[in-house]
Ligand binder design. Sequence first.
Ligand SMILES: [Zn+2]
Length: 144
Amino acid sequence: MSESLIVVCPHCAAPNRLPAVRLAEGGTCGKCKKALFQGHPVELNGGNFDAHVGRSDLPLVVDFWAPWCGPCRAMAPAFEKAARTLEPRVRLAKVNTENEQQLAARFAIRSIPTLAIFQGGREIVRQSGAMDEGSLIRWIQANT
Ligand SMILES: [Zn+2]
């Protein structure tokens, strides 16, 4: 890990440069002054997706889901807990594919839930199907 890294604000999507040694403390956004980590997933949409995928130095785990999908809803609490466990080393995020159909099409999401991990602006791995909390955390740790 380099000496400083870019953390994208979950509130205003501004890139913040943070010394790596201070990552564990979290810190606040230089632009909107809110906390850079909150222990729960960031809602991504067409407006902030590219900032989080393209600018962040942290691995980004995206849950492509939809409100009508039972397995997605069942997995949501596990995804929340994984965010609490894994931040600030990893950023967890959600894309509601019903509202964000362009993002779903762009990433060719054919079944939900689909989980994809992005690093350095590109997708490195994806997996379809719901996971329990333990499997989710192991899968993320194995791929980041
Ligand atoms: Zn901000």
